[in-house]
Design a protein around this ligand. Structure first.
Ligand SMILES: [Zn+2]
Ligand SMILES: [Zn+2]
Length: 154
């Protein structure tokens, strides 16, 4: 279970307060990056985001896009996750969601927040630890792979 916390440069905090001060207004560049992630409607690698944005706005550098993705994560407009050594970004929905990731075939299934909410609440009660993860990957074996492995074992 891994969640990436944006390791953004210090200036990002200043940017965040600036954006908050302006009622969450985003610069056209940031807006273009956010829109690219939204329109893709799934999980994108930073490289995929770059390809999409760069096609429309060749002036935007890779570094700017990567920084902006972390910044958008801080604003919770975008959620990030890491699996298979690769970072993925996705537009944040109205409700948090999580994923079941098959480590054999790589299939990704989306699950509702209510399913993990109970676990989070229990942890809070028992350990007084407040989990603030809004995009979690739970790794395991999907139904198809379980069948295949079951069949192989006879
Ligand atoms: Zn997701
Ligand atoms: Zn599988």
């Amino acid at each position: 279970m891994t969640e990436l916390k944006a390791t953004a440069p210090q200036s990002t905090a200043d940017l965040a307060s600036t954006v908050h001060g302006h009622g969450h207004r985003l610069t056209p560049q940031r807006h273009a990056i956010l829109e690219a992630v939204r329109k893709a409607g799934g999980h994108l690698t930073p490289e995929a985001v770059y390809a999409r944005v760069h096609a429309r706005q060749p002036a935007i550098s890779r570094a700017t896009i990567y920084r902006t993705l972390d910044f958008l994560c801080e604003l919770r407009l975008v959620v990030a996750m890491q699996w298979g050594g690769q970072k993925y970004y996705e537009a944040a929905g109205e409700q948090p969601h999580h994923h079941l990731v098959c480590h054999t075939c790589g299939a990704i299934e989306q699950i509702d927040h209510t399913l993990v909410e109970t676990l989070f609440a229990t942890v809070d009660k028992k350990y007084h630890f407040s989990i603030d993860m809004d995009h979690v990957a739970l790794f395991g074996l999907c139904a198809t792979c379980r069948k295949t492995i079951g069949a192989a074992r006879g």
